[in-house]
Design a protein. Structure first.
Lengths: 141, 141
DNA sequence: CAGGTAATTAGAATTATTCTAAAATAAGTC
DNA sequence: GACTTATTTTAGAATAATTCTAATTACCTG
């Protein structure tokens, strides 16, 4: 068999609890949806998706759940040029490529790039967060 | 005398014309305001500022002028976390530091940093624009 | 000056998001 | 398990930045 590191997948409810989030069914559904489909959906898109499994969930609740997940750092909020906020379950440091044709891609950011970027700032600045966005076109062919 | 390169400051109207923008009094006023006060004002703030000189200008016109200036690359639009768009007359490539205490600072970006960032992308991606935002605190003392 | 095009304006409309207040759910206590 | 309290969910109203609409004004060219 090929697998070297096998983590038995921790149940979503436990992940939430471990991050101090009370695992309600709505939160689990929203989080699961982001883990499963790793494009960068907007709140509306998440709402549409989770409605399949949780037909009675409200849009306000989707916003609430997303906010809680972002607050507790289980999910990242991605903004680009006044578009609706998109949500991302990729916790590794990464940049985003926004394709003019639509769609947002994760671009891996090696630690040395982060270091270099921080080097642009005066010594004593306290940085909480770096955000790198590319905008352009992916090859059409 | 110290000055080595002295450009006699080109009249704002000419700069606009040179960039294919018809120099109306409103556009001149808006652009001049951004050149003079180089913080990163929002459309509302620009509106408040230009009202001193052009008391009859409308907010819609301020938005129109800012859009035209951005389209013709005389001004950059800066977005951060769903806040109102801010406008920047600094045309040199630079990142932005968003202070939690309020205020946005320009952070110079040397060409080699741009090159490095572009190196993160697959070869054939066509990049129109890169955006780097820092978020944190500047030293309080 | 006339006619045509482009810009400005006030106000209505839009959109994503947040707020409000009530109902439902969960948790903690005897 | 009923009682109490805190948290979450919900529908709908409210907000805020921006864009749109349609009418007016300014500019330019012949
Ligand atoms: Mn999307
Ligand atoms: Mn500001
Ligand atoms: Zn991402
Ligand atoms: Zn700037």
């Amino acid at each position: 068999m090929a697998e070297t590191h096998t983590h038995k997948p921790e149940p979503v409810a436990d992940v939430l609890a471990d991050h101090g989030v009370r695992p309600t069914s709505q939160r689990e559904t929203v989080y699961r949806s982001l883990l499963q489909q790793r494009d960068h959906p907007t709140a509306d898109e998440v709402f549409a998706r989770v409605r399949e499994n949780a037909p009675t969930i409200s849009l306000a609740t989707v916003y609430n759940c997303l906010d809680v997940l972002v607050q507790h750092k289980l999910v990242k909020a991605v903004n680009f040029e006044r578009g609706p906020t998109q949500y991302c379950a990729n916790l590794a440091p990464h940049a985003h490529f926004h394709d003019e044709a639509g769609g947002t891609l994760d671009i891996d950011m090696p630690p040395e790039m982060i270091t270099q970027l921080l080097g642009l700032l005066p010594e004593n600045f306290d940085v909480k967060h770096i955000e790198v966005n590319f905008h352009g076109r992916t090859p059409s062919a």
